[in-house]
Ligand binder design. Structure first.
Ligand SMILES: Cc1cc2nc3c(=O)[nH]c(=O)nc-3n(C[C@H](O)[C@H](O)[C@H](O)COP(=O)(O)OP(=O)(O)OC[C@H]3O[C@@H](n4cnc5c(N)ncnc54)[C@H](O)[C@@H]3O)c2cc1C
Length: 304
């Protein structure tokens, strides 16, 4: 362990290396055991070094964003967990549209704010998604009829060997909550999105409307990871879960939200085991009543 810490410190500041770091501090569910090494990455060079180190030492490497779509098991994560700090942005104005490029560690909320400040429309519906730009591209995150695929122009990503490549829109292979990046071979560094000039007050008004909607419908007062399941044939599954009488049903401290049946909330001390048992129960009941196989949207990682 000492050996690896010394090697990490060759390129990474001591304060950015956390040993035996509880992942519950880095996930919106507030659940998860310890990562052996949790590293805040501040440059592409540092990321390259980390990937090479992980390969040379034969230890696993896991990238995370804001941890808002993750369930980490109690056994924690072996090897290196890296969080991207790249947050620079540039704005290039063309005739009818504006290209905004930003580091993939930036939160989608901050990017939406930059759009608002510059009077740019196109991100209003996604402003309330709590992930990073990297996580949002990887998941093709979306809300209220908009998805990342509607705004992305291109991205730069690094592979496990430290090589950087540019991906055009087609190469992202976007589909519903899916992209080419789900194999974990490539780490997104930078993304360019296309926005249009708009009226600042209208953009702000729309953002407020969507925010109000989220506050009313989602259990934001409890730790959660957003929708647990994907839509089924384009339809939200919350109604099916609801009709199985599962609203408020709990295992340990994991509970089907009474506000939104598509969400599981952590009432305080929920474990990943509780959440997984609850997910299995929800799947079983929905299959029995509606013959629908619900598919997970959240990503489960770590050891039992
Ligand atoms: C209250 C709440 C509301 C939500 N609402 C929505 C919504 O409306 N729509 C929606 O789509 N989602 C929603 N989500 C889910 C979540 O916010 C999105 O999926 C988001 O895009 C995840 O981003 P993240 O940075 O948190 O990624 P993480 O959860 O940290 O990681 C998700 C995956 O992305 C990978 N990843 C992260 N960064 C990179 C990178 N730079 N390069 C390559 N891979 C990377 C990780 O390895 C992991 O596999 C919600 C979640 C919460 C808690």
């Amino acid at each position: 362990m000492k050996n690896i810490i010394e090697k990490l410190e060759n390129t990474i500041d001591k304060k950015d290396i956390l040993v035996n770091e509880p992942m519950k501090k880095h996930t919106s569910f507030r659940i998860g055991g310890c990562a052996d090494y949790f590293v805040n990455v501040r440059s592409a060079e540092q990321l390259k070094h980390l990937l090479q180190l992980a390969k040379a030492e034969e230890i696993p490497f896991q990238m995370i964003g804001n941890g808002t779509n993750l369930l980490v098991r109690e056994g924690g994560i072996r090897g290196i967990v890296a969080k991207l700090g790249l947050q620079d942005d540039t704005i290039e104005r063309q005739e009818q549209e504006v290209l905004v490029t930003c580091g993939c560690g930036m939160s989608l909320g901050k990017l939406a704010l930059i759009a608002l400040e510059n009077g740019l429309t196109g991100l209003e519906a996604m402003a309330g998604i709590p992930g990073t730009v990297g996580g949002a591209v990887r998941m093709n995150a979306g809300a209220y009829g908009s998805e990342m695929k509607d705004v992305v122009v291109c991205s730069k990503a690094m592979n496990q060997r430290g090589e950087i490549q540019e991906f055009d829109l087609t190469a992202h292979e976007f589909a519903y909550r899916k992209s080419a990046f789900e194999t974990n071979e490539w780490i997104l560094l930078e993304t360019t999105i296309r926005l249009k000039p708009g009226e600042k007050c209208e953009i702000e008004e729309k953002m407020q409307e969507y925010k109000k909607c989220r506050l009313e419908k989602q259990p934001l007062e409890f730790p959660n990871a957003g929708s647990i399941f994907k839509r089924n044939d384009g339809m939200p599954v919350a109604k099916l879960i609801d009709e199985c009488g599962l609203k408020g049903y709990a295992i340990g401290d994991a509970e089907v939200s009474s506000k939104h049946s598509g969400f599981i909330i952590n009432r305080g001390n929920a474990t990943a085991k509780d959440v997984i048992a609850l997910i299995e129960h929800m799947k079983k009941e929905v299959k029995k009543k509606f013959d629908v196989d619900m598919k997970l949207e959240i990503i489960v990682i770590g050891e039992e």
